[in-house]
Design a protein around this ligand. Structure first.
Ligand code: ATP
Ligand code: ATP
Ligand code: MG
Ligand code: MG
Lengths: 255, 255
């Protein structure tokens, strides 16, 4: 049974896609068989892993609307690392799925068909709490919430937690909060540390010990279509995501 | 006739709220009568201008659903600067307005009732292209698009331009692209300059000459509920938004 991790936060620009790409790559290097699913119409994870959208015959949009089996849309990136890519066509899904029966279960049903081939499935969510994020939360076994170390990032957390509880109560009772990840932390700024302390006060043990620092290599890597591990293995960004992968695996053992 | 500027980009974390708060405050200091409308359920602009959400009897949610006149929801921040605030209840609007007639015109109709009291109305949009952003685009006379100087920020631009053309063709023929604003520019990084050049190549004259630098004062100010002009007037962030206000006003004269 693969562990399905929804990487979500409706606050924009907090490092969801960056975490999907680089935690995915780090887990794959540690030997886990990983599938990264791009559930965001912007398709940043798809291009961040070097997939050219114009060459795709089918993508997650077709899989959600049952027009293509997931296995056909999945692309191999490197050993142990596959992607189910997104294109702009996914933007139409929010509207087109309004009248579809059990519309929030579409992704869960599709992933059931491929999950035996993977140990970890990471779902990169858009910055909203619409049908696409609901699909991810319905399919997931746990939620990973990246929180940027800035003031505005604290505001939306209550709303997000409410939605997770709602999904757990009505759709997916197995869903749990896997962890809260502090991102874009800049050790030179008081603001970063103040927000980090606030988050730790609020979430306690659920906050990963690993903190992702602001590191320009993480922002440069996507323009080469590479994970930061392939782009600059020795960078602080790459090392932080390798550390996070170790912590995710260690938490699994202790439950 | 007030100029209504929708500040929008579905890419998250690019400086939409920061621009709404600080361009609003800068225009107000230059003598324009300004209303800032928070169209994002996260309500970052509302808290960024120091309004405590728990004290609000009604907010934009009630105005969109015709349960409160806009004049009653509007709060005075300081001379020439008012806000129509948002609370979390706005998150329900996306779902509740699905079956409402002419649902994307709700904001335009509400603003007609108050616009004679203002010279500029700024609309802060959420990071998605759903019903709330459609309301903002339908009400606006022009669009201001903040673009962060990072690789992922380039990807969603085509989709955004398509949506603006769609709204212009079917709902709001007067809508035009007022300007593209480069934000979070870090002069120490090659990446920033590369993206800035790419944006100028793509948008030419429509890119504001003013570039907003990454400046920690802009990230600190919201935690005090102040615009950066009130928080640290001499900072590079404050000066950049004052320069932007002058440029917006100068463009108006030349059309
Ligand atoms: N630790 C980091 N150091 C430096 N830059 C980073 C880091 N994490 C993310 N970035 C950059 O910050 C921007 C926002 O990150 P990203 O796009 O991953 O966030 P997101 O939450 O997926 O955004 P959206 O809400 O639009 O989906 C990107 O340009 C990315 O390259
Ligand atoms: N020029 C800047 N310098 C430093 N920090 C900035 C700057 N502009 C914005 N920020 C910070 O970056 C983060 C993202 O900015 P902001 O929240 O305004 O973006 P947004 O586009 O409104 O995000 P969302 O998509 O979630 O609505 C915030 O924490 C903000 O304080
Ligand atoms: Mg993303
Ligand atoms: Mg915002």
């Amino acid at each position: 049974m693969a562990k399905i991790i929804a990487i979500t936060n409706q606050k924009g620009g907090v490092g969801k896609s960056t975490t999907a790409v680089n935690l995915g790559a780090a887990l794959a290097r540690s030997g886990s068989r990983v599938l990264v699913v791009d559930v965001d119409p912007q398709g940043n994870t798809t291009s961040g892993l070097g997939v050219s959208k114009s060459t795709l015959e089918c993508c997650i949009y077709d899989v959600l609307l049952d027009q293509c089996p997931p296995g056909q849309a999945i692309r191999r990136i490197r050993d142990n690392l596959d992607i189910l890519p997104a294109t702009l066509r996914l933007a139409g899904a929010e509207i087109e799925m309004v009248s579809v029966v059990a519309r929030e279960q579409r992704l869960a049903r599709a992933l059931m068909r491929v999950e035996s081939a993977y140990d970890k499935i990471l779902l990169d969510c858009p910055p909203s709490l619409g049908i696409l994020t609901m699909n991810a939360l319905s399919a997931a076994t746990e939620v990973l919430v990246p929180i940027q170390c800035e003031f505005y990032a604290l505001e939306g957390i209550t709303q997000l937690m409410n939605v997770v509880e709602l999904v757990k109560a009505h759709v997916n009772p197995a869903l749990k909060i896997g962890g809260v990840l502090l991102t874009l932390h800049d050790s030179r700024l008081n603001l970063s540390e103040q927000v980090a302390e606030e988050v730790r006060r609020h979430f306690g043990e659920r906050v990963f010990a690993t903190v992702i620092p602001r590191n320009v290599k993480l922002a440069e890597a996507p323009s080469f279509g590479q994970s930061v591990l392939d782009y600059d293995f020795s960078s602080r960004g790459a090392q932080a995501y390798l550390e996070l992968a170790r912590e995710v695996l260690a938490r699994e053992k202790t439950g």
